[in-house]
Design a protein around this ligand. Structure first.
Ligand code: NAD
Ligand code: MG
Length: 300
């Protein structure tokens, strides 16, 4: 799909990418982008860099697939060196991203591991700094979403795992990174429309996203006196492995995107430019902000 779509040609955005109905396509979490149909567009064949992140050193979690992969491709083409985190089971997707970053002429440092573990998060920051020569941009994209219809069936184990992955890891990574970040550095967190308009079957997930939104607002105020900006991106439905691998029931995957005014899901490539602008000096007066990319279901 991505091969024929240009992000730069003026066109009707409602027709730019496919809408429902999609085929059922169950995968085990965390799933692979490679196994999706239609294939998501991460900007592989379309994203053009303009040198907006020249010389920057970035760590991106969840960089193997979906939104994180699109951000990694865009950052590299904008001139940044990139450390990528993902789960070891996603190596196949991650290898493709490493290849694309290197094709863009930038350093790609693969650092697989489970961010639900605090010690690993500290190591991830240390290894990124050591191998990139410093850290200017931290992008928290990794996330866990598992649909459960009734609270009676939502286990403590899942509730805790969702919070550890989505909220605790962001806290641990920000905490470890901040002492080493220079003025001009930026942190970008990934929240969701679910922070504002929670779906009943995403009780734990939506709660983590509200926590990410509040954390982003508070941390931004805390660190601006050091010249560090903190912002968030709140996507609506985006065509990524998160959804068919348990994020939604398969009947909702079939209709994915139908609930937004544009009547289609977004593609990861449509998120990346927002992360680029928030990471770059172009957004120098923007901090503590949450940027919606929702297909029309505006925030809050
Ligand atoms: P995705 O499945 O492509 O990316 C999520 C990534 O999280 C995975 O690739 C995996 O590498 C990582 N991850 C999960 N658990 C991890 C763990 N314990 N340790 C390390 N990494 C782990 O899906 P995506 O949709 O691109 O998700 C990216 C972010 O966007 C998530 O925070 C998600 O909540 C958010 N988001 C997605 C949508 C959507 O509709 N797809 C909507 C709003 C927000
Ligand atoms: Mg993945």
């Amino acid at each position: 799909m991505g091969a024929t779509v240009s992000q730069y040609r003026m066109q009707d955005p409602t027709k730019q990418y496919p809408g429902p109905e999609f085929g059922r396509q169950p995968q085990e979490a965390p799933g692979l982008a490679q196994a999706m149909s239609p294939k998501p567009d991460h900007g592989e064949t379309s994203y053009q860099g303009f040198g907006r992140l020249k010389g920057r050193r970035a760590l991106i979690t969840g960089a193997d697939s979906g939104i994180g992969r699109a951000v990694a491709i865009a950052f590299a083409r904008e001139g940044a060196d990139v450390a990528l985190n993902y789960l070891p089971s996603e190596e196949q997707d991650a290898r493709q991203v490493v290849g694309l970053i290197r094709e863009a002429g930038q350093k790609a440092i693969a650092l697989p591991g489970d961010i639900a573990d605090e010690a690993f998060c500290r190591r991830l920051i240390d290894d990124s700094r050591a191998q990139l020569g410093g850290l200017d941009i931290l992008v928290n994209v990794a996330g866990k979403q598992h649909f459960v219809e009734h609270i009676a069936d939502l286990s403590t184990e899942q509730f805790e795992a969702t919070f550890r992955t989505n909220v605790f890891a962001m806290f641990w990574l920000c905490k470890a990174a901040l002492p080493h970040m220079p003025p001009g550095a930026t942190i970008i967190n990934t929240t969701s429309i679910q922070s504002y308009q929670p779906s009943p079957g995403l009780l734990d997930y939506a709660s983590t996203k509200a926590a990410i939104t509040a954390f982003t607002h508070a941390l931004a105020r805390q660190v601006i006196d050091r010249g560090i900006r903190v912002n968030g991106v709140a996507p609506g439905p985006v065509w990524t492995p998160l959804q068919p691998s348990g994020g939604q029931p398969q009947e909702k995957v079939e209709q994915f995107g139908s609930e937004v005014p544009m009547k289609r899901p977004g593609q990861p490539a449509e998120l990346a430019p927002i992360y680029v602008v928030l990471a770059s000096q172009e957004s120098s007066f923007v901090t503590g902000e949450i940027y919606g990319v929702t297909g029309g279901n505006h925030l809050p």
